[in-house]
Design a protein around this ligand. Structure first.
Ligand SMILES: Nc1ncnc2c1ncn2[C@@H]1O[C@H](COP(=O)(O)OP(=O)(O)OP(=O)(O)O)[C@@H](O)[C@H]1O
Ligand SMILES: [Mg+2]
Length: 264
C-alpha cells in the first residue's frame, strides 16, 4: 500500500483513529470543572494540554478514559459513543493513561509491572513477556528489569508508568504530568521517550504538563484551558505568544500558577 492509500482520519489529515471530546461539561455539585470543552487527538500526533491549577485538565482526561461521566457533551472514538464505557472497556478499545501520582506495583520488578499490564489485554504469558521485553528495550529500561519498582528514581518510575500504559497496545495514551518532580536531565530523557511514541508504537499522545520546556519540545499542537474552558489551541509558537494564554498564567487570578515551570 502506498502512502496515498493510507486511511486518513486524523485532525491534520494523518492516518489512523481519532479521539474527540465535544462540548464536554462536568459539574461537581455547584462546581463546573469543565464547561463545553472540545478536544481532538489523532493517532499519530502528540498534543499538549496545559493550563493553571484547577483548569480541568485531569477532569478532561478522566472523561476520556471513563473515570468520570460527563454531565453533558460527546466523547467519541472514530464516531463511536464512549460515554457509558467503563475504564477497562476504554482500555480494551485502545485508550490508555498514566496517572498524576504513580500507580506502580512497588514490590514487583519493572519487568513484572510491564507483564501484568500486558495480561489485561488478554494475551498469553509468552506474549506479555515479549511485549515487556520490547518495552524494556525501547524505553531504555533493560538495566532495571529486575529492580523493584519501589527502588526507582522519579525518571525511571515515570518511564515504567508509560511502559505500563503502552503494554496494553493502545491507540492513544493520555499522560497526566509525567515530568512532575523530575530534574532537567530526566525531563530531557522523558521528552525523547515521548517524542518517539507515535512512530515506535503507532500511538497518539495527550500530554498534560506544567513544565513548558517539556510541552514545547514534545508537542505539535497545544490546547490551553483555564477555569474549565478551552481558551486556545494551536502550534507551540502561536500559543506562547497568545494574549489569552499569557493572561491565564500571569493574570491576577493565577499569579502564582506560572511560577517555577510555568510559561516564561
Ligand atoms: N471529584 C471532584 N469533586 C469536586 N470537585 C472536583 C473533583 N475533581 C476536580 N474537582 C474540581 O474541578 C476543577 C478542575 O480540577 P482538575 O483536577 O481537573 O484540574 P487540573 O487542571 O488537573 O489541575 P492541576 O493542574 O492542579 O492538576 C477544580 O476546581 C477541582 O477542585
Ligand atoms: Mg491535574
Amino acid at each position: 500500500m502506498g502512502i496515498l492509500d493510507l486511511p486518513r482520519g486524523g485532525p491534520s489529515g494523518y492516518p489512523g483513529s481519532r479521539l474527540i471530546a465535544e462540548g464536554v461539561t462536568v459539574r461537581f455539585g455547584g462546581v463546573s470543572a469543565l464547561s463545553g470543552v472540545d478536544l481532538e487527538l489523532g493517532q499519530s500526533e502528540i498534543v499538549g494540554l496545559i493550563g493553571p491549577n484547577g483548569a480541568g485538565k485531569t477532569t478532561l482526561v478522566n472523561v476520556l478514559t471513563g473515570f468520570q461521566r460527563p454531565t453533558q457533551g460527546k466523547v467519541e472514538l472514530d464516531g463511536l459513543d464512549l460515554r457509558s464505557d467503563k475504564p477497562f472497556q476504554l482500555a480494551a478499545r485502545g485508550i490508555s493513561r498514566t496517572f498524576q501520582a504513580g500507580r506502580l506495583f512497588r514490590r514487583l520488578t519493572v519487568r513484572e509491572n510491564l507483564e501484568v499490564a500486558g495480561f489485561h489485554t488478554g494475551c498469553t504469558r509468552r506474549q506479555a513477556r515479549e511485549t515487556a521485553d520490547r518495552l524494556l528495550e525501547e524505553l531504555d529500561l533493560t538495566a532495571f528489569a529486575g529492580s523493584t519498582a519501589g527502588s526507582l528514581n522519579y525518571g525511571h518510575e515515570r518511564r515504567v508508568g508509560i511502559g505500563r500504559a503502552l503494554a496494553t497496545k493502545p491507540k492513544f495514551v493520555l499522560m497526566d504530568e509525567p515530568a512532575s518532580g523530575m530534574n532537567d536531565a530526566e525531563c530531557e530523557e522523558l521528552v525523547a521517550c515521548i517524542a518517539g511514541i507515535p512512530a515506535q508504537f503507532g500511538c497518539g499522545v495527550l500530554l498534560i504538563e506544567h513544565n513548558m520546556k517539556v510541552i514545547l519540545n514534545a508537542c505539535e499542537r497545544i490546547q490551553v484551558m483555564d477555569g474549565g474552558k478551552r481558551i486556545a489551541m494551536g502550534k507551540p509558537k502561536a500559543i506562547i505568544t497568545d494574549a489569552r494564554v499569557r493572561a491565564a498564567y500571569f493574570g491576577t487570578r493565577h499569579a502564582t500558577a506560572a511560577g517555577g515551570n510555568g510559561i516564561h
